[in-house]
Design a protein around this ligand. Sequence first.
Ligand SMILES: Cc1cc2nc3c(=O)[nH]c(=O)nc-3n(C[C@H](O)[C@H](O)[C@H](O)COP(=O)(O)OP(=O)(O)OC[C@H]3O[C@@H](n4cnc5c(N)ncnc54)[C@H](O)[C@@H]3O)c2cc1C
Length: 176
Amino acid sequence: MLLNNSNHHTDLVEIACLVLTFSTPTGVNSDYYEGAGAAGPLATFDGAETWVEHPYKDGVALVGDAAAASDPSWGQGLASTLRDVRLLRDELLKTEDWNAAGHRFAAEHDSHAGIMHTVIGWYTELYLATGAAADARRAKALPLIAEDPTRQPDILFCGPDLAVNDGDRKRFFAEV
Ligand SMILES: Cc1cc2nc3c(=O)[nH]c(=O)nc-3n(C[C@H](O)[C@H](O)[C@H](O)COP(=O)(O)OP(=O)(O)OC[C@H]3O[C@@H](n4cnc5c(N)ncnc54)[C@H](O)[C@@H]3O)c2cc1C
């Protein structure tokens, strides 16, 4: 839930809505929240995917979110950051030619960030899209994934060392 933090009054109203939203389904006694208020502006984050093509130039390599940031809902950012550090280290240790090492790192980054970007886009479309068509797609796809978990490309636990293609997308979306 994104809250407007530009106006203190709006924050207070939205905090009250948030407390009601969470306390009712979780069964927490809403009296516990009596007098709860905003201690300050609520932080928000941008769920957009952002990336740089070929994140190396003239002796400067970008790693982590500076090179590619994914929607944190899928929890891949820090793992990818550490992966970038490892890949760059490995390339630098292989050669005295650090310019060539930077370019090899960037090419590998484009490849794994591209796979993550593609698969996270599929996840977002299947799990988070709203509307009747999205509900119908989930009703068809989720039982098949439960029956055969290999239908879901497993970048969340296995990382982006997967080759994914249109056939994988069709299996995930229960189109085959
Ligand atoms: C809400 C949320 C939930 C997340 N959940 C997960 C998760 O479950 N699992 C996961 O793996 N990842 C998660 N992430 C992503 C993860 O936090 C990031 O991918 C990771 O922190 C990126 O590391 P980084 O070092 O590239 O950038 P950052 O951690 O953003 O570090 C950049 C640092 O540079 C500093 N800085 C910026 N500008 C300057 C400047 N001009 N001068 C000096 N310093 C500067 C910043 O203050 C910051 O400390 C989440 C992110 C968010 C926002």
